[in-house]
Design a protein around this ligand. Sequence first.
Ligand SMILES: [Zn+2]
Length: 209
Amino acid sequence: MIGAFHQPTRVLADVGVLDSLPNREFAAGMAEVIKYGLIRDCPFLDWLDANMAAINARDADALIEVIRRSCANKAEVVAADEREAGQRALLNLGHTYGHALEAELGYGKWLHGEAVAAGMCMAADTARRLGWLDEGQCEHIERIIAAAQLPTAPPRELERARIRALMARDKKVTAGTLRLVLMRDIGHAVVTRDYGDALDETLKRYFEN
Ligand SMILES: [Zn+2]
């Protein structure tokens, strides 16, 4: 809830501190890690895919790599944003969907990372409907998210119209149109308004009513 406007010159992270987290909190953090692979770093996503068992076991070497690559990706996005406005918005992959889920479920029911994880799967579904991802890629994304012990779909009983209304309140609404962060391909996210009916079709798939 607090925004910082000065970039750090150095980031120090003690991976031992992660051992104090319950599994659910740890997994929630991994949603944001997987996000970097999905928006801009295919080799990192492949590495996560191959090393998820070590990550879940909180192997120190694996965690150091997770943090190193996440920080490097974030630093590159933030640095690029100073030249090319809007790059930073890519960090919101899954968040427009996820924030709506969090708000509708009531904050604290689902952890932020859990809502973002389901939201990234929903964003992948929207991209598939646009022909940007294929079925196999969507399954691949879901498999990695499930391997990180995160949900791949929201609760079915939520009401579609309410989720849609909450998404419309997202901070990425400019001039009355909701912009979405979607994957053009795995490892290549864009911000777009050109999703037509695909978003509504996604919501129909995930919510009964
Ligand atoms: Zn987040």
